[in-house]
Design a protein around this ligand. Structure first.
Ligand code: GLN
Length: 296
């Protein structure tokens, strides 16, 4: 019996523990200037374990199938491919969203935009039924989360990209949200109605920043969701010009912005809505990241 076990051990290809795989991949990612957090996410995916049970089982070996899958996906990850594209999803506000090359991968900063919008919605509208639109919805993360967190809302989500709307519709279904989807450029599909809340995380990175950005972003995420003209400010200018006639009173515009764009975007909206109260709000990293424009 003892001998048999020893032989089995020698022949067993499953010698690598989850812990060894994790540490090894983390250091490779670090050496290549890539995000080391991807290692944990990849191993959660391969082992089909939650983070908690993965941590509890760190000393367990990977199965042969898992080890093979690990080798293959590790190679993909080391090319710079986002781990979310390998796994096919990202978590946002406690829910899983399908992602693909057609949509921006939802970011944690954007959860703060949704949270800020929800808080202000309660203050301004209590539990009244309100009409909300998310412009440039991408994966649908903002619109779907808002609808699920505040059910007294009729939410419309727009995008210029049909391919993005396919992903957003799938995410609405996956998460059980009821939304209206419209295809078109910025506010154009919304012009025939009035709105209580406009949400948007438009592309806001200046083209000139591309060379200094991570290849995981520039080579894999859609450029029409990342970059805008005028140093990234072009779409805020268009929104400031087109939104005034379609906003109710009171109403609220909630925008994600680049960390250097606070005063520029504030000025544009002050001009478009002279009586509005405009706040520039920082994200968890202490960077200007959101603008809330309250129209009375
Ligand atoms: N926050 C994103 C990034 O850093 C950019 C998102 C956007 O342009 N709306 O890549």
């Amino acid at each position: 019996m003892k001998t048999k076990r020893a032989v089995w051990k020698v022949w067993n290809p499953m010698t690598e523990t989850i812990h060894a795989a994790l540490k090894n991949l983390e250091s490779q990612l670090g050496d290549n200037g890539l995000d080391v957090n991807a290692a944990f996410l990849l191993l959660e995916h391969i082992t089909e374990k939650s983070r908690a049970s993965l941590l509890a089982d760190l000393r367990e070996p990977l199965t042969v199938r898992q080890a093979e899958q690990f080798e293959q996906l590790r190679a993909e990850l080391l090319t710079g491919k986002p781990v979310q594209h390998i796994i096919g999803e990202e978590w946002f506000y406690g829910r899983a969203f399908t992602v693909s090359k057609d949509v921006l991968i939802p970011r944690p900063e954007t959860e703060e935009l949704v949270q800020g919008a929800l808080q202000r919605a309660t203050r301004l509208f209590n539990d009244k039924s309100i009409r909300v639109a998310d412009i440039g919805t991408g994966s649908g993360a903002i619109a779907i989360t808002f609808q699920l967190e505040r059910e007294e809302s009729q939410v419309t989500a727009t995008d210029i990209s049909e391919a993005a709307l396919v992903v957003a519709r799938r995410n609405a279904e996956r998460n059980g949200a009821k939304l209206t989807f419209l295809q078109g450029d910025l506010a154009q599909p919304l012009m025939n109605e009035k709105w209580d809340i406009i949400l948007s995380n438009p592309p806001y990175i200046g083209m000139e920043e591309a060379p200094s950005m991570s290849s995981t972003v520039v080579d894999y995420e859609p450029h029409n969701a990342l970059f805008a003209e005028e140093g990234g400010l072009a779409l805020y200018q268009k929104l400031a010009e087109t939104l005034p006639p379609i906003m109710n009173k009171p109403s609220l515009i909630c925008l994600e912005i680049g960390y250097l764009q606070g005063s520029g975007v504030k000025q544009m909206f002050k001009q478009a809505f002279p009586n509005a109260t405009i706040e520039v709000v920082q994200d968890m990293n202490g960077k200007d990241r959101m603008i809330f424009c309250e129209i009375q």
